[in-house]
Design a protein around this ligand. Structure first.
Ligand code: HEC
Ligand code: HEC
Length: 200
């Protein structure tokens, strides 16, 4: 399933907005086209390899950083902050870019970049998930890993078959802008998971 990463998935970023505009049409289309038929056909239509770097930054953090820093989300919220687009360490008082390359873990440049990008996303969206969604759910990464899947360029409930662009627009207590940020975060988690773990 993980082979259809890359270009096909890049299209999924706009699914949320389309979803809100076009909710009923698409729900109907999905039902009539038959979601399960799509699931069966998709793995054959694979995108060129390498379009998405095959790194799951969250798993990388768990393997190399968690034993000293705890979970990535809490670490980012407590130790890091955004300065514009840059990720700063609160104690370092500067961009962590160079620091994480020579710090513990022996990261490659690609891995360091993937973690840096993950921290930035975490700082943008993670706190929101924590306040709005965590009362009822496991951590966002685990939610994406265990309960969601990407099919036909859409983020789908793995067991419910629901289209998340539709579902999240109506679910939980949040504004529409927040729902969009949360949708993008869950989609990104799921995308990196599928890119890195070919068996999930
Ligand atoms: C063996 C324990 C250990 C491991 C493993 C480890 N770190 Fe650290 N990290 C520390 C300690 C101790 C500090 C604070 C002292 C320092 O600046 O080196 C720190 C500081 C940091 C900071 C700066 C935080 C701030 O507030 O400014 C970042 C960012 C960071 N680590 C990221 C990582 C990442 C990413 C990994 C995994 C690739 C990692 N660390 C692995 C022990 C560890
Ligand atoms: C009051 C509890 C509660 C809160 C708060 C909550 N959820 Fe849920 N969520 C649920 C329940 C219960 C389900 C299962 C619903 C069902 O199957 O009908 C669910 C299902 C989901 C699913 C899986 C849907 C599927 O079809 O597989 C996702 C994704 C999700 N929630 C995301 C979120 C997000 C994002 C937020 C924060 C805005 C959030 N939830 C807030 C209770 C909650």
């Amino acid at each position: 399933m993980a082979l259809w990463t890359g270009q096909r998935l890049h299209g999924a970023g706009s699914a949320y907005r389309n979803g809100r505009d076009d909710m009923e049409t698409r729900t109907f289309a999905l039902m009539s086209a038959g979601l399960w038929a799509l699931l069966l056909v998709l793995p054959i239509v694979s995108a060129p390899a390498g379009a998405t770097p095959a790194i799951d930054p969250h798993a990388l953090f768990e393997a190399r950083c968690l034993r000293c820093h705890g979970h990535a989300g809490a670490f980012a919220r407590e130790q890091l902050r955004l300065d514009g687009d840059a990720v700063f360490g609160k104690s370092l008082g500067r961009d962590i870019n160079a620091f994480i390359l020579r710090h513990q873990g022996r990261l490659t440049h690609v891995e360091a970049n993937a973690l840096y990008d993950a921290f930035r996303r975490q700082l943008n969206a993670g706190g929101l998930f924590e306040t709005r969604c965590r009362a009822c759910h496991r951590r966002a990464y685990e939610l994406a890993r265990l309960e969601l899947i990407i099919a036909a360029d859409r983020l789908i409930g793995r067991y419910s078959g629901r289209d998340m662009a539709v579902f999240l627009a109506q679910h939980g207590s949040r504004t529409n802008d927040e729902a969009e940020v949360l949708f993008d975060m869950l989609l990104w988690h799921r995308r990196t998971i599928e890119a890195a773990h070919h068996d999930e």
